[in-house]
Design a protein around this ligand. Structure first.
Ligand SMILES: [Fe+2]
Ligand SMILES: [Fe+2]
Length: 270
């Protein structure tokens, strides 16, 4: 029998090595879109995603407070920034495949799967691009410790697709839109053009991921006759454990379908 999309998602989640995980992810995305183009739809099927995705033995995962901070002015500081980004991208690969695999009780249109397969493919590309930059600077992913808490949002929302969409694309990935221009500036000042180019690809494509989040969040609310804004605020307060931090990239957030009343109220403790 043909392998279904959710089995593919589970296979990616269960692959530990970063480069192997992203290679498999990109191969499955190509398979999915080739079948879509040919009009020969792959089955979605059912899969059982692991509670936590497989990850390589290194990096060592530490409590965020114990991850050493380095100054961005030094090459070591820039390597540390890239290492943290690589870790976020690898986590994002798993988050998108987990979203595809996990919520099989919720019937979703095909466009939902198209969007998240595309997002997972792009995260895989992002991880590889940043790893290439790290390696060109004499480092590699796994060379320094990384944040341990990254899968927390996935665990907290494992039973709630609306909560997952609210917290992952619409809060965490939207935060990426806020902070990436500052990172691009750091690498522009250091004249590290390859890294600037990689970050610009990431910045452009992340707008799409946030937009997919708000599109499917609104879709699900509409199907249930819910008013999206108060539902969103309630879910973020339930699953995301700190107030949102300004400043916000209002222009890119708007482009991604996130209006100001979806984030300004969350800057205050509930
Ligand atoms: Fe990304
Ligand atoms: Fe993303």
């Amino acid at each position: 029998m043909t392998q279904g999309l959710r089995d593919m998602a589970v296979a990616v989640l269960n692959t530990a090595d970063g480069r192997e995980k992203t290679a498999l992810s990109r191969r499955y995305a190509a398979t999915w879109f080739a079948a879509r183009k040919a009009g020969a739809l792959l089955p979605i099927g059912r899969g059982t995603p692991p509670d936590r995705p497989a990850r390589p033995a290194r990096p060592e995962l530490l409590d965020p407070r114990d991850v050493p901070r380095r100054r961005p002015g030094s090459p070591q500081g820039r390597i540390a920034i890239l290492h943290a980004i690589a870790h976020i991208e690898l986590n994002a690969v798993d988050l998108h495949w987990d979203l595809i695999a996990r919520f099989h009780d919720v019937d979703m249109p095909l466009g939902f799967f198209d969007d998240w397969v595309k997002a997972a493919d792009e995260e895989s590309k992002h991880f590889n691009l940043i790893c290439d930059c790290l390696e060109a600077m004499g480092s590699h992913y796994g060379d320094m410790p990384a944040h341990a808490g990254m899968w927390r949002a996935a665990e907290d929302t494992a039973g709630d697709i609306l909560g997952r969409l609210a917290v992952v694309p619409m809060v965490l990935e939207a935060r990426g839109l806020d902070v990436t221009p500052g990172m691009i500036k750091i690498f522009q000042q250091a004249r590290e053009d390859t890294t600037v180019a990689a970050l610009e690809v990431i910045y452009a494509e992340e707008v799409g991921h946030v937009a997919y989040g708000s599109k499917w969040f609104n879709f699900l609310c509409g199907r249930q006759g819910l008013d999206p804004q108060p539902v969103f605020l309630e879910l973020v307060r339930r699953y995301f454990h700190s107030p949102l931090k300004p400043s916000f990239n209002e222009e890119k957030r708007a482009q991604a379908g996130l209006p100001p009343d979806f984030y300004w109220p969350l800057t205050e403790p509930a």
